[in-house]
Design a protein. Sequence first.
Lengths: 233, 246
Amino acid sequence: MNLLDFSGYGDEIARGLALTLSVGVGALVVAILCGLLGAAGKLSHSWAAQKAAFVYTTLVRGVPELVLIILLYYGVPTAVQNVVRLAVPGYRLDFNPAVTAVVVIGLIYGAFMAEVFRGAFLAVPPGQMETARAYGMSRRQTFFRIHMPQMWRFALPGIGNVWMVLIKATALVSVVGLKDTLYWSGKAGEALFEPFKFFLIAALIFLGITFVSEQVFRIAERRASRGVARVRH
Amino acid sequence: MDFGLIIDSWPALMRGAVMTLTLTAIAVPAGLALALPLAVARLSHRLWLRLPSYAVIYVFRGTPLLIQLYLIYYGLGQFNAVLKSWGVWWFFRNELYCALLVLSLNTGAYTAEIFRGAISGVPSGFIEAAQASGMSWFTRLRRIVLPSAFRLAWPAYTNEVVFLMQATSLVSLITVIELFRVTKTMADRTFDIYTMYITTGLIYLMISYGIILLFGLIEAYLMRHMPLAPNARKTINQRALAVLMR
């Protein structure tokens, strides 16, 4: 069993890897946006916003990704198409499957991000914001110049953890027929009667992604805390 | 939502839910039994113990569960002649055994990482006091380190058990008939994906929060020796509810 002999499936698996990575990075961006919204809701003084954020995170964290992916992937575009058809008869709105997957996975992991950002916003010492207010900054200025920039340093380890889970969850999009790393590995294994070899290759690819992500986040964390005095233990 | 369909499919859904709970109830203790030695070995100062456990934990946490399932169930078919000659083919031919094996190994690796953190978090004074009273390494582990580690690890371990229960939905893809598989069959037959998947989502939600409530009760029991904070909720039920709401 030669793991480097792709028997002509090398380019398909490479394309699958490109799809896995683009769905992963796209979903991370959507998840960060949803997470910021969710954290804003949780920390808001408004009763409705608090409850909305609570329902969002509770529902998403209590239901398996697979159920949510199938429900949202097949359900939401159909629902939107039905509404569009009512509004504009004869018009059919098409959804790009990869974009749908990005939005669905982003929505799911946004619920986990919300918890990360909530903790990070609370971790910024309140004295920082009080000082900014005392210097005459408006609430908005205090938020965007003082609170938000310092929040990222506390959020970074949590973002890293969510990313590690998120990138592995992208393997589930092969179930709805997207041609990702796992899809092409499965096809190659089936065609060449070597399923073990090609699933092993897929596993090693994900192991590689995990390893590289760890290094990237370690460098990012070191960079983010470069202005903070390090205590020697 | 088609309530007639929910009522018609309810018995099948419940049979599926029982399978989901059975898979969870077997994989969770099996994973824990695997995780404790893995975590202790991972923290050993002996390289030949530390390195293999590090590798096992890294590989199972670094690859998607779905690929692990495919690799064992579909992948090992490539070597069926060898497995037959070893006399283990009956095990790897059975989708249920494969599912339980992979789920246990997977949750074992994640749980080991949780307990690794918890064991390192046990205050060094506890261990020094145990050493000073003449306890052997194993007695120390059994009476001091592991009980403290369980208390520290419990909230994270609760999450892991909930994730494992949800992850059992993936074994439907290696043909095990559990809650997700039943739902998919019904949805494919009736084309009513909203009714079926929303109902199943709610069943999973109830199981998830049922597990959290149960583990909250256990947490309250594990922490019964701790002094209550001034405005803490008094009864075990109230404490479990507080765990549920956090």
